[in-house]
Design a protein around this ligand. Structure first.
Ligand SMILES: C[S@@+](CC[C@H](N)C(=O)[O-])C[C@H]1O[C@@H](n2cnc3c(N)ncnc32)[C@H](O)[C@@H]1O
Length: 326
């Protein structure tokens, strides 16, 4: 079939379970993800279960200029490994071997004959002060891009979840004299209305499977971030959800009237506290109801890991709109 000239050709690097692809789908634009690249076979399987045979198993640090040129992509999306830059990690930055693939992309971008018109990058809060971020700014500037950076969390656009991330939006200069780009991002500092968590919950949940075990409550109950369905906030869900206690995501208190602190003091643990289901977290992160992983056979634990690594689709889509359409 003949390719339409106006169709945006996309290369999705570090594609995981396809957060960037889902975000683009929300924009109602004519696009085609030509290739998605990830080294995680399960993530690729789930990507392909949702989008067809697009995701391929490649180590990004082996991609060549020739391969990238041949793809002729107008948009590259990248969400490089965040472990080198996370607050809780060793913060080895560019010295961490997991940073190598992104540095490789930064090295070959200037040599490419077919440079993408747009580049969209996502990483953790803290990346922006790293040596890698500085390198990224330098390379993009030298390669003819204007670049805009923003820190944004889903609650700023009305979603009851915090996931503060750094986003880099780059676009090829329109002419030689264009030096900077300050898009007017139309996000309020704080959303006036945040939809309560109950909008994202499953109608029926197997409490036996999802209850927080009593031994966890006994040992770590006071460290849990406990929210109610009527609340308008929850903590960032990370890849450690359900097996790490602190800072890995909130748990839900289904009995609205119980005073949890008092109950812990009285050594009572029959509190109807449960973990969010995989689908509920996917919903909060903006994955559509059609998002599927069943054919891959992925366990809940594997899905929590993959979602913890993924992106908030609402936020990314809003930023992609600024990059591509304004
Ligand atoms: C932060 S996650 C990105 C998740 C993705 N945006 C999503 O929506 O699921 C980083 C991804 O990069 C992949 N990755 C890390 N190093 C890689 C490399 N050298 N080559 C290809 N993929 C890599 C990991 O397997 C992981 O899926």
């Amino acid at each position: 079939m003949e390719e339409k000239k106006s169709q945006l050709r996309v290369l999705e690097l570090y594609s995981g379970i396809g957060g960037m692809h889902f975000a683009l789908q929300k924009l109602n634009i004519d696009f085609k993800v030509v290739l998605a690249v990830d080294i995680n076979p399960l993530a690729n399987q789930i990507y392909n279960e949702n989008f067809g045979k697009i995701a391929k198993h490649y180590d990004i640090s082996t991609l060549t200029k020739e391969q990238l040129d041949a793809l002729r992509c107008d948009l590259w999306t990248l969400s490089p490994s965040c472990q080198p830059y996370t607050r809780l990690g060793k913060q080895q930055g560019h010295a961490d071997p997991r940073a190598a693939a992104f540095l490789h992309v930064l090295e070959i971008l200037p040599t490419c004959s077919y440079k993408p018109k747009f580049i969209f990058i996502e990483n953790v809060f803290g990346f922006e002060t790293s040596w890698t971020a500085e390198k990224c700014r330098e390379v993009l500037k030298a390669s003819g891009y204007v670049f805009h950076e923003v820190l944004l969390s889903p609650f700023q656009i009305g979603i009851p979840n915090s996931r503060l991330r750094w986003y880099g939006l780059a676009r090829l200069k329109r002419d030689e004299i264009e030096n900077s780009w300050n898009p007017k991002l139309s996000f309020p500092d704080k959303a006036e209305t945040i939809r309560p968590i109950n909008n994202y919950l499953d109608k029926e949940v197997n409490m036996e499977k999802h209850s927080v075990p009593v031994d966890i409550l006994q040992k770590y109950g006071h460290q849990l971030d406990i929210v109610k369905p009527s609340d308008t906030h929850s903590c960032c869900f990370t890849r450690g959800y359900t097996h790490l206690v602190q800072g890995s995501g909130s748990v839900l208190q289904m009995s609205d009237h119980e005073d949890i602190k008092k109950a812990f003091l009285e050594n009572r643990y029959d509190l109807c506290l449960r973990y969010f289901t995989v689908r509920e977290i996917a919903r909060i992160m903006g994955f559509p109801e059609e998002f599927t992983w069943q054919a891959s056979g992925a366990s809940d634990k594997a899905m929590y890991r993959l979602l913890g690594n993924s992106i908030n689709i609402h936020v990314v889509s809003a930023l992609q709109k600024e990059l591509l359409m304004n």
